[in-house]
Design a protein around this ligand. Structure first.
Ligand code: IMP
Ligand code: MG
Length: 339
């Protein structure tokens, strides 16, 4: 069966950590990533911190093969560097039609004031590569890169055979609902849809084999670029707490993230549109006194109140996902699973 991890806000909800945890503890044969290298996923284990733009966060489990689908966009040198860093040369698989962003595409995007100034693009060249692909211009596919030839494999066939054998797949989505080209806050969005059904299509998978859809929220929202943010925080000392204690600095863009309040409306839409069956909450340690708490009962009143409000929200919104994972710190092990 397939489990999917989706972002319920404006990206950077901690999908990397949740995907890493699920993969480490679970028995997924494959961890699949789609989308572009504008989205950084952070994984921490025993003091080692990995910021990944390309390799699926499930790499910590040595038994999990790592897959980039046809809807993945990367840059050859970035990818190879991460392969080296994570030691995953022997278990990386790339769809022939995954796209390699060229330096020209990166430059074209960085030179475009519309992208960089108005939309606040991360400037990786993803938007330009997507544009070239949609216009059916020449793009560079993974199958055309000699340095990647050992990794190329028919991904839809591989994954669907695995499903037929009763194996499990973790599909790691990128960004969040507020950045979706279709369902987000246009024009302050990324160049693709960022919801579960699209992730499936981008990997070459269909909806019938999905088991769980995890939607990930923080108790607040961050945004690296422009666009709506309810009750944005401008007070410098609170912002500094988010940027330091909360590590709210863009992992790809290196920009200090803007911070706003938890938005019930976007959370509801994320549950609905992703058809979420499970909720994961990260950064609960941003409520003072909740670091490394191991039992629900031991959270502070403020944290509990927030978690109860999430349960209430879920009662209102189909398909009524269960609150199931709470992250109490950056390390993969700082995780509480609710039964
Ligand atoms: P682009 O996708 O790089 O063009 O960026 C479009 C908008 O989405 C900008 O405001 C970016 O800052 C934001 N964005 C893109 N990727 C991410 C992400 O992974 N996390 C958070 N914001 C992102
Ligand atoms: Mg990120």
């Amino acid at each position: 069966m397939i489990d999917i991890v989706c972002g319920g806000q404006a990206g950077d909800e901690g999908k990397g950590k949740i995907a890493a945890y699920l993969s480490y503890k679970g028995n997924y044969s494959y961890c699949v990533r789609v989308g572009g290298p504008n989205a950084g996923h952070t994984v921490e284990q025993d003091g080692h911190k990995y910021t990944l733009k390309n390799i699926p966060s499930g790499f910590l489990n040595p038994n999990t093969k790592l897959v980039l689908g046809a809807g993945a966009y990367t840059k050859t040198d970035w990818l190879l560097k991460e392969v080296e860093l994570t030691g995953t040369k022997d278990r990386l698989i790339i769809d022939p039609y995954a796209v390699l962003i060229t330096d020209e595409e990166t430059k074209a995007e960085q030179d475009a004031a519309h992208f960089m100034k108005h939309i606040g693009s991360v400037g990786t060249g993803l938007g330009q590569a997507v544009k070239n692909r949609i216009e059916r211009r020449q793009v560079k596919f993974a199958k055309d890169e000699p340095l990647l030839k050992d990794f190329i494999c028919e991904v839809p066939e591989l994954l669907n055979k695995a499903l037929d054998n009763g194996e499990h797949i973790l599909l790691e989505g990128t960004q969040g609902i507020k950045l979706s080209l279709l369902h987000g806050e246009y024009p302050f969005v990324t160049s693709r849809d960022t919801t579960a059904s699209t992730f499936l299509g981008e990997a070459g998978l269909g909806p019938k084999s999905v088991r769980d859809v995890y939607v990930v929220f923080k108790p607040y929202i961050t945004r690296v670029g422009p666009g709506p943010l309810e009750k944005e925080i401008f007070d410098e000392s609170s912002l500094e707490t988010y940027h330091t204690k909360g590590r709210e600095i863009g992992s790809v863009s290196k920009r200090l993230r803007r911070v706003g309040a938890f938005e019930k409306r976007s959370a509801a839409r994320a549950i609905m549109i992703n058809n979420a069956t499970k909720i994961a909450i990260t950064h609960i340690d941003m409520f003072e006194g909740n670091n490394a708490v191991k039992k629900y009962e031991d959270f502070t009143a403020e944290a509990k109140q927030f978690l109860e409000s999430i349960k209430e929200l879920s009662k209102e919104i189909y398909p009524h996902p269960a609150l199931s994972i709470i992250s109490t710190g950056a390390d993969m092990e700082d995780t509480l699973v609710l039964k």
